[in-house]
Design a protein. Structure first.
Ligand SMILES: Nc1nc2c(c(=O)[nH]1)N[C@H]1C(S)=C(S)[C@@H](COP(=O)(O)O)O[C@H]1N2
Ligand SMILES: [Mo]
Length: 252
């Protein structure tokens, strides 16, 4: 997000908390409302925590990422993070992902697995959105898949679930809050520009979170877990990103 936008949002959130009372009051309000990012204690500190809190406070929960038309689709689709070279992934790739299953578990009433064919039979959504990498490049593409909200409801996500964690076949992992998980543009995509997802772009299934930077859009999905707290999930920061120098929240 640009510095100007961030400044505007932070100022907005401070105003919300009582104007001159300012930053400290905003942080405690954010904490009370549950708008404190899971990595708020990290060295990104208050700034990143406030970006998340102010987005959640000021923007409509259902504000939409811009959608484009087919003529806007980029000719070149860059890759960041090549397909895993592990035996288990390469074997699934060689088998066209027929034996692959997506596991949905954690705080759900019906822990479930889905084959690619199962997912393709569910109601789908297609959207032409921009994917922006933190490294400074972006592209516009059409993604087709199952809204994450639909899958969470099929698995019977429980009211206590506050976060949804994504585990892929490589070492990357990430999570989103329930607002993002239920957002109509948050997809589990199996197609890119109307073809099966190429391996490098996340086959057989990837997340698309078009309201955040590209690194939230986890590729090569294996499992999705609903949790009440991220404190005891791996590094306790909701994502691998804070260990790599990026904030958990990547809203744009
Ligand atoms: N599992 C996994 N997901 C990932 C990555 C990765 O390395 N592994 N890279 C991320 C980053 S930094 C970006 S910008 C996008 C890139 O998606 P693309 O390769 O389809 O362009 O995927 C994200 N999802
Ligand atoms: Mo990225």
């Amino acid at each position: 997000m640009s510095a100007i936008t961030r400044r505007r949002l932070v100022r907005g959130a401070a105003t919300l908390a009582g104007g001159a009372v300012g930053i400290g009051a905003t942080a405690s309000l954010a904490r009370r409302l549950g708008w404190l990012a899971p990595d708020a204690g990290e060295w990104f500190g208050l700034g990143e925590a406030l970006t998340y809190g102010s987005h959640r406070a000021l923007m409509a929960m259902h504000s939409m990422a811009r959608e484009f038309s087919r003529s806007d689709i980029s000719k070149v689709v860059p890759v960041n993070g090549p397909a895993p070279e592990t035996d288990d992934y390469q074997r699934l790739l060689a088998d066209d992902f027929t034996p692959w299953r997506l596991t949905v578990n954690g705080l759900v009433s019906r822990p479930s697995t889905f084959s690619l064919a199962d997912l393709k039979r569910l109601p789908s959504r297609s959207q032409i959105t921009e994917q922006t990498c933190e490294e400074g490049w972006s592209f516009i593409a059409e993604w087709t898949g199952v809204p994450l909200a639909l899958l969470l409801d099929l698995a019977g996500i429980q009211p206590g679930a506050k976060w949804v964690v994504f585990y892929p076949f490589d070492q990357w992992w990430d999570s989103v809050d329930i607002v993002e998980a239920r957002h109509p543009q948050t997809l589990l995509a199996y197609a890119l520009n109307q073809r099966d997802l190429p391996a490098d772009h996340g086959a057989p299934l990837r997340v698309r979170v078009p309201r955040q930077l590209g690194y939230k859009s986890i590729k090569y999905l294996s499992r999705i877990e609903a949790v009440a707290s991220l404190d005891h999930v791996r590094n306790g920061k909701g994502s691998q990103s804070p260990d790599e120098g990026y904030s958990w929240y990547a809203g744009i």
